[in-house]
Design a protein around this ligand. Structure first.
Ligand code: HEM
Length: 362
């Protein structure tokens, strides 16, 4: 699967199964908006076309249309993604549309999430394999899609690592040294998922064309108009808001993590996926009970066969962070040097990233 990324298979080779909760509005967002934004970016069109069309489509979003579109949670999430993509496009071109702003506000509030496009929207809600939502088209659109798919696939691999870590924790808590061989094997097999994760990170660094990422990234920057109730700019979507890396890290060796990392989850909770917020709380419970993998291994006297696998986890996680750092250095020139801020709003990006590169095992 990894090898499929950034091979730039043409759109016709992808099977589309339309999923359009807002009817004509969703059709436009999926099939026409990316081309319209490209035309504006390339100076082939002014804003007036998009302004007129979007106005007409937004007027079509009657209370009846909205009620039907949001009847189930999945549809409500996808409908909101469509509204947010349109909003993201308008505020960066023609300016905000008050009716759209109001619709986004009420749907976001009803769904316990901020009224801006999030990591959860583009990576998890987005029907990436069947009816993907994008801001760009043609070659750049294919890169945008693969960028999201790489994140989604990494989430899937981390789920396996998280589930296995929890199973191993359960077994280790039985305090039976006879099971150590088995759990070491379980950790070893799950650990191989990191090889795929890191291969994807390497593709994002080396195979995703830099000039494509520059264009895509414009749509991830913090919302130019909306502010939080505290008057701050809303942060844009960023991998910094995946719950899976912190959940894995806490279950693995949460006691070695720095206090600022825990403050980060608390201060930025609204930007994390809704299910992920619960997963982080659940992982913190393990830490509170002294039941991380490294804590339990230490209680068992750090058997070498277990230590080898935990050292390997540490190696993989730091390898990911090293590659991630290099990827950012390449894709966002000036970011790690502190001259350009990240889409999650970090100003001292290099310092922030290096602060997370810690040794988890001794
Ligand atoms: C070329 C691809 C990528 C770029 C350019 C990138 C960029 C960044 C930037 C600039 C930050 C600093 C926070 C901010 O946005 O202000 C960050 C943090 C972070 N990103 Fe990425 N990222 C990429 C891929 C990924 C992937 C694939 C993941 C995995 C899901 C990920 C997970 C994280 C995490 C967990 C953090 C917080 C720091 C840490 O725990 O190490 N990123 N990223």
């Amino acid at each position: 699967m990894t090898s499929e990324l950034f091979r730039h298979l043409p759109e016709e080779t992808l099977t589309r199964i339309p999923n359009r909760p807002l009817g004509r509005f969703s059709d436009f967002v999926v099939a026409e908006l990316p081309a319209s934004l490209t035309a504006i970016r390339k100076g082939r069109s002014d804003y007036s076309n998009l302004n007129e069309l979007s106005h007409e489509l937004i007027e079509g979003l009657t209370p009846d249309v909205m009620a039907t579109a949001t009847a189930t949670q999945d549809n409500a999430d996808l409908a909101l993604l469509d509204l947010l993509i349109m909003d993201n496009a308008l505020v960066r071109t023609t300016g905000p549309n008050p009716k759209l702003t109001a619709l986004v506000d009420s749907l976001a509030a009803a769904n316990d999430r901020p009224p801006i496009i999030t990591y959860e929207d583009v990576v998890l809600t987005n029907p990436l394999y069947t009816d993907c939502r994008l801001h760009t088209n043609e070659e750049i659109g294919l890169s945008e899609r693969d960028f999201y798919i790489a994140h989604r696939e990494i989430e899937g691999d981390l789920d396996v690592l998280i589930d296995t870590s929890k199973e191993v924790i359960y077994i280790l808590k039985q305090d039976d040294l006879n099971t150590i061989g088995n759990v070491a094997e379980m950790l070893h097999t799950a650990g191989l998922r990191w090889v795929d994760i890191n291969a994807r990170m390497e593709l994002l660094w080396k195979a995703m064309p830099k000039e494509h990422f520059i264009t895509i990234r414009d749509y991830f920057l913090s919302h130019p108009i909306r502010t939080t109730p505290d008057g701050e700019k809303y942060k844009g979507p960023s991998g910094a808001f995946t719950a899976k890396i912190p959940v894995f890290e806490i279950l693995f060796a949460g006691e070695t993590m720095k206090p600022e990392q825990f403050h980060y989850f608390k201060d930025n909770e609204m930007y994390f996926p809704r299910k992920g917020r619960e997963e982080i709380q659940d992982a913190l419970q393990y830490l509170e009970e002294g039941s991380t993998l490294t804590q339990l291994a230490s209680l068992l006297g750090n058997p070498p066969i277990l230590k080898t696998e935990l050292d390997q986890f540490d190696h993989y996680l730091n390898q990911f962070r090293g590659m991630h750092y290099a990827g950012i250095k390449h894709q966002i020139p000036g970011a790690v040097e502190g001259n350009v801020s990240g889409s999650a709003g970090e100003v001292k990006v290099g310092q922030f990233l290096k602060g997370r590169m810690i040794k988890h095992t001794s």
